[in-house]
Design a protein around this ligand. Structure first.
Ligand SMILES: [Mn+2]
Length: 326
C-alpha cells in the first residue's frame, strides 16, 4: 500500500461518506485532461459500488483525444440543478474555483460535503475531506484507494486509470514517475489493460489537422540558447487545438525550460510551462494567478498575445537567473 497514513485514514472516512450518499456529483478542473476525466470516470464507478447515483460533470467539452476513454460519453456538460446532491467529489483540482461553472456549485457548498482528491502540492485544501497525496497522478491515487477498498476494476475502468497515469507521467517518463506508479500500472494491466493498444490510442492518434498546428508552433519557435529556454506562440488561426506542442518542443536538448502561448477565441492567452531541470515553473505560474506542479504548470492571462508573451518570458528569465545565481 503506497498511501500515506493520513490518506489511508481519510480514505476510510470518505468510504463512510460514500456509503451514506445517494446522489453524488463528481467534477474536475477546467479544460480537463486525461488524469481528470479518467480518474473521474473511475471514481464514479467506485461510488456506484456503494449504491450511489453519480453524475460526472465537466462543463467544458472534452478534447477529442479523451473520447476514446470508456465511459467518456457519460460525462455530462451540464449540471442538473433539480437533483439534490448529497456529496461533491472534486478530482485533480488545485482550488475549487478552478471548476468551470463553479458559481453553480456555490449555493450547495454550505450544505453539501466536498471531498477534495488531488496530487498538486499547491492544493488549497478546500474540502471537508482532503486526500492530497504527492503522487504521479490522481489516476494512481484512485488506483490505490480502489485496492484499499477491494473494489474490482473492470478492464474499461482500469483503462481510464491507466490513461490518467500514462498521460500525467508523460508515458512514465517524468520525474513524478516512481516505483509505486509502475506498481499501480502493473495492477491495472493485470485487470486487462493492453498498454500497446492504449499507447496507440493515446499517443499515436493525432488527426492530420494537428500537424498544421505543430507546423505553426515550430515556425514560431524561439530558442534562447544562453538561458536554455525555448518557447513558441500560437496566434488565433495558427491551427486547431488538437495537439500539445509543448510535448514536442520539450524534446530539445539545448533547453531546460519551455513555454507555449496559445491565443484563444476571446483573445485570452493560455500558457503551458515545463521544466526538465531545477527551474520551478509553478513559481512563475503563481505570479500570474496560475498553478500546477514544479515541472509542469499553466497560466491563463488576458491578451493581447504580445503582452502576455513579454510578461511571462521576463518572469521565466528572472526565475532562470535566480536559479543560476544560487
Ligand atoms: Mn493530474
Amino acid at each position: 500500500m503506497k498511501l500515506s497514513e493520513k490518506t489511508q485514514a481519510t480514505a476510510d472516512e470518505i468510504r463512510t461518506l460514500a456509503l451514506q450518499s445517494k446522489q453524488c456529483l463528481v467534477t474536475v478542473h477546467q479544460d480537463p485532461d486525461a488524469d481528470a476525466i479518467g480518474s473521474a470516470i473511475a471514481w464514479a464507478h467506485l461510488l456506484r459500488q456503494f449504491g450511489c447515483n453519480v453524475t460526472v460533470w465537466a462543463e467544458d467539452p472534452l478534447d477529442d483525444y479523451l473520447l476514446c476513454l470508456p465511459g467518456a460519453e457519460t460525462v455530462s456538460q451540464h449540471i442538473d440543478m433539480s437533483v439534490n446532491y448529497d456529496s461533491i467529489w472534486v478530482l485533480d483540482n488545485t482550488s475549487i474555483e478552478r471548476i468551470r461553472g463553479f458559481e453553480l456549485l456555490v449555493p450547495m457548498l454550505s450544505a453539501v460535503p466536498v471531498v477534495n482528491i488531488d496530487h498538486h502540492r499547491d492544493n488549497t485544501m478546500f474540502g471537508m475531506y482532503n486526500i492530497v497525496e504527492d503522487i504521479s497522478s490522481v489516476g494512481e491515487l484512485v488506483t490505490w484507494i480502489a485496492r484499499r477498498w477491494n473494489i474490482p476494476l473492470p478492464p474499461g475502468i482500469a483503462a481510464c486509470l491507466y490513461a490518467a497515469i500514462a498521460c500525467d507521467t508523460g508515458r512514465f517518463l517524468y520525474s513524478n514517475t516512481t516505483a509505486s506508479t509502475f506498481e499501480a500500472a502493473s495492477f491495472l494491466i493485470a485487470q486487462g489493460v493492453d498498454p500497446s493498444e492504449w499507447g496507440t490510442r493515446l499517443f499515436e492518434s493525432l488527426p492530420a489537422q494537428a500537424m498544421v498546428t505543430l507546423n505553426s508552433a515550430l515556425h514560431n519557435l524561439v530558442i534562447d540558447f544562453e538561458h536554455r529556454f525555448a518557447y513558441t506562440t500560437l496566434p488565433l488561426g495558427a491551427g486547431p487545438d488538437l495537439v500539445k506542442p509543448i510535448d514536442f518542443i520539450r524534446q530539445i536538448k539545448e533547453a531546460d525550460v519551455f513555454a507555449v502561448f496559445r491565443e484563444e477565441a476571446d483573445h485570452s492567452v493560455r500558457i503551458n510551462l515545463r521544466s526538465k531541470g531545477s527551474v520551478i515553473v509553478s513559481r512563475v505560474a503563481h505570479q500570474f494567478g496560475g498553478g500546477g506542479h514544479p515541472k509542469a504548470a499553466g497560466i491563463r492571462l488576458s491578451g493581447p498575445l504580445d503582452c502576455a508573451v513579454a510578461r511571462v518570458v521576463a518572469a521565466v528569465l528572472d526565475e532562470i537567473n535566480d536559479v543560476a545565481n544560487h
